[in-house]
Design a protein around this ligand. Sequence first.
Ligand code: MG
Length: 336
Amino acid sequence: MKHEARVLLDHGSGGRASQRLIRELFLTHLGNSILDSLDDAAVLEVEGRLAMSTDTFTVDPLFFPGGDIGSLAVHGTSNDLSMLGAEPLYLSCGFVLEEGLPLATLEAVVASMGQALNGCAATIVTGDTKVVPKGAVDKLFINTTGIGRLVGPNPPRGHRAEPGDAILISGTVGDHGLAVLSNREGMRFDSPVISDSAMLHPLVDSLLRAVPDIHVLRDPTRGGLATTLNEIAQQSAQEFVIQEEAIPVQGAVSESCSFLGLDPLYLANEGKFLCILPQAQAQTALDVLQAHPLGRAARRIGEVRTGQSGRVILQTAFGGERFLRMLEGEQLPRIC
Ligand code: MG
């Protein structure tokens, strides 16, 4: 499409301009045999038990180090399916566009969605575009919904953590939240922090092949590691003990966080997951994680024990203990 052009209200009308936008922009980057049919609904051939998840992306800025709203919209929804051990198969995407948005910006986002799907089985099979008058939305929001096929008979679920289980994290925490925030505020650090936004399915797939009996998988997105640990402790009615020193945090992230008064344990991640599993399998799982580029910094950070239901205890570097609580309020708005 012509790149000096901008999104007009007409592009969301369903008429000729919408048709051009679909054919020249969306199908160019996302086309596949199902989407290309341009029927009112996609026809899907699926066998077995399915998982389904939806998420809406409003990140500001649209482009940040390590990703953009398009790759994030693909990774975020696909990863939620992966957290149940499901293989992401089909995605829908709904766009809300602000009148006047440069078409080049939209095209960069859509191209990034196409690239984010490269190398995995998932495709975008249906979509929608709405254009609202200038000021009614900030540039561009995306909703994605995904369907995946559950692989094992007993998928990882939040209620399955058991006393004695090991708690692993697949890598460093806080990278995405800090990358977006620092970019939005125009902060410059000696070593720039890059978002960890990534498609987790390939790593989860190798993990589940090596260790089929994983009790819980969950990606600590909004609210960060601390909030996600609390959610799982509550769902499984167990007590978690976490060793603060064992939690991997990049040097640049922890330095910037102390400077800004932020806690990396509450910052969003978009390419990491918690894995809770029997102690006897923990080393095998760590070996699989650390052998993969996305899991190199994986660590065992704690364990599940019989105690007070829903409580998360953090053993500090100085030998003390404190409760690690859920995020109260919104630490950082529009981070994903
Ligand atoms: Mg999630």
